[in-house]
Design a protein. Sequence first.
Length: 202
Amino acid sequence: MADTPEIERRYVAFAEVPIELEERSASAPQIKGISPPFNSMSVVLGGFREVFAPGAFDGIVGRHRNDPRGGLDVVALFNHDENQVLGRTTSGTLELNVTDRGLAYTITPPDTQLGRDLLTLIRRGDITGASFAFSIDPTDGERWDPGENGTMVRTVTKVKNLYDVSVVTRPAYPSSTARSEEHTSELQSHSDLVCRLLLEKK
């Protein structure tokens, strides 16, 4: 595995955790959801499956500004596009909380054309998906175990950084940065190696 953490993206299906739109007459609309849910098995990701363990984000949410990595600065985006900002933790327009279900987000979108259009699309049911970009701790951020039908299961136990939470139109699962194909292949190779070592121990 590479020593430099790779940025990975995961899509949270509407059927699993739907986006919620909270609208009150006395306050601005808010977009809410869970991304990712804990203890929820993913689809097959290039030969392995993945689950996020409770506690995976404990070192991220609430990170103080005196932390060597700096304070928590996560943006809410539309389609992972940094030119289409919906909120940010540093301004209070994106709130993140660890709950029993998973990592909960609350976005207060701007009163701009982008924000108004997005709210309309969510009301109509045209936009239903959420996604998040993260990297794991390269030393103890994951655990590999054999799963059903010989498919290895990667449990993410410690997230190193969370980069964005995005409302998305048509996500690919999984999608990633430009190095996604290389990284997915690398994870597959690691999964195969762990599987072989486990078989040799039998």
